[in-house]
Design a protein around this ligand. Structure first.
Ligand code: ADP
Length: 448
């Protein structure tokens, strides 16, 4: 087992990883920017190292500073969390070159899944259903027109290196195809330094359903069920739940089985998430995330597993302590992402937390690094807390969520708690009758 892990992240996820380490008897090293000197993850870690000024490019993305911090403190592994360097294959390579363990999959698998065209081809080869579209990249307008005609409009132009919803354009008619390709290419070149594009069928009303997988170095792979993350704004998830209100046990077992088998054939090690669009009973692969996800707690709540602990264990070479048949899903869980933002305009609202009172009680979990007197800095992602609740069924979970949101007090700044309160009072949400476009339409209604 590792003796000391450096956590290359901040905020709630740094704290989440610290907690798993602490329970496993592993010492922790926090790294932080000058803006995060008083952050909870820094206060609780066994050691901490300042790695640079506030901008993430100079601190949380500063590879030489992070490697030096690991060497100076004698850390034997680095946990990247999510975001920042978590899906940076070059970072995983550099960590390994310094004889430090990168807690995550191999650099080769990160690289493969980071290229969406290669990822899609791999998924298809492994028996995972994909969205109909171009075979590989599209290199000319003429080629794109031919493919779009064949699969039928609307189509979506996507960037091979895309992420965070950037470099994507929906095309409804043939005359929009040329302009969409140049716009997506320019955006992708600016954001990712790569303007390789591909094309696929645009699905009008899908749900976003993703499967959590976990593999060890001995060929054992399991799936831990799905999460429904259809409540999105500008492709950013706002609320996630497990199980999906749209799936039955048979569908879960069938798709989970296909995914786990594919991942096992790939020889994938560690935690991963295989993301699908789901429409009219069909699954369509869109991408695989090769890291711990923000929404992993909903899976933990219904499986009773500590995913970060399992992730650390498999990184040491340990065998998975369970098989697929040992994994039982208990009840229903929902996670609300609480951001330091205006609940309707989403304008950032950093600042000092005047009062802080998190909810509690049976099956209520709060993953947050907030405390009264803490100042939310303006430099980073606006996620400040995740409220996760479980119930024996979805209805109980909703009642518990409503009660927990009522109790939650975060004073001094604006947060998205009122948005979640609006959602929980909405019939479509309560009935689970939503897709990936639903939330934006709901927000338009509430603006008017
Ligand atoms: P990114 O890595 O930029 O997040 P994804 O491929 O995961 O890109 O897609 C992000 C979101 O874009 C999806 O959750 C979905 O809302 C939308 N999307 C992507 N592909 C399609 C498609 N073929 N049809 C409809 N919506 C899509």
């Amino acid at each position: 087992m590792f003796e000391k892990i450096l956590i290359a992240n901040r905020g709630e996820i740094a704290l989440r990883i610290h907690r798993a380490c602490r329970e496993m008897g592993i010492a922790t090293v926090a790294v932080h920017s000058t803006a995060d000197e008083n952050a909870m993850h820094v206060r609780l870690a066994d050691e901490s190292v300042c790695i640079g000024p506030p901008p993430a490019a100079d601190s949380y993305l500063n590879i030489p500073a992070i490697i030096s911090a690991a060497e100076v403190t004698g850390a034997d592994a680095i946990h990247p969390g999510y975001g920042f360097l978590s899906e940076n294959a070059r970072f995983a390579d550099i960590v390994a070159e310094h004889s430090i363990t990168f807690i995550g999959p191999t650099a080769e698998h990160i690289r493969l899944m980071g290229d969406k065209i290669a990822a899609k081809e791999t998924a298809k080869r492994l028996g995972i259903p994909v969205v109909p579209g171009s075979e590989g990249s599209i290199d000319s307008l003429a080629e794109a027109e031919k493919i779009a005609d064949a699969i039928g409009y609307p189509v979506i132009v996507k960037a091979a290196s895309g992420g965070g919803g950037r470099g994507m354009k929906v095309v409804r008619t043939p005359d929009e195809l040329g302009p969409a390709m140049s716009a997506a290419g320019t955006e992708a070149k600016a954001a990712f330094g790569d303007d390789t594009l591909y094309l696929e069928k645009f699905l009008e009303r899908p749900r976003h359903i993703e499967f959590q997988v976990l593999g060890d170095m001995h060929g054992n792979t399991v799936h831990l069920g799905e999460r429904d993350c259809s409540l999105q704004r500008r492709h950013q998830k706002i609320l996630e739940e497990a199980p999906s209100p749209a799936l039955n046990d048979k569908e879960r077992e069938r798709m989970g089985g296909i995914v786990a088998k594919a991942i096992s054939k790939l020889g994938y090690i560690g935690l991963g998430t295989v993301e699908f669009l789901y429409e009219n009973g069909e699954f369509y692969f869109i991408e695989m995330n090769t890291r711990l996800q923000v929404e992993h707690p909903v899976t933990e709540m219904i499986t009773g597993l500590d995913l970060v602990r399992e992730q650390i264990r498999v990184a040491t070479g340990a065998k998975l302590p369970f098989r697929q048949k040992d994994i039982k899903f208990r009840g229903h869980a929902i996670e609300c992402r609480i951001n330091a933002e205006d609940p309707l305009t989403f304008a950032p609202s950093p600042g000092k937390i005047a009062e802080y009172h998190p909810p509690g009680g049976l099956d209520v979990r709060v993953d947050s690094a907030l405390y009264a007197g803490y100042t939310v800095p303006p430099y980073y992602d606006s996620l400040i807390s995740k409220l996760i609740v479980r119930g024996t069924n979805r209805n109980e979970c909703l009642l518990r969520l409503r009660r927990s949101l009522e109790e939650y007090v975060i004073g001094g700044i604006k947060t998205t708690i009122p948005l979640h309160q609006l959602l929980i009072g909405n019939d479509d949400f309560v009935n689970g009758a939503y897709n990936i476009n639903w939330l934006e339409a709901f927000l338009r209604d509430h603006e008017g």
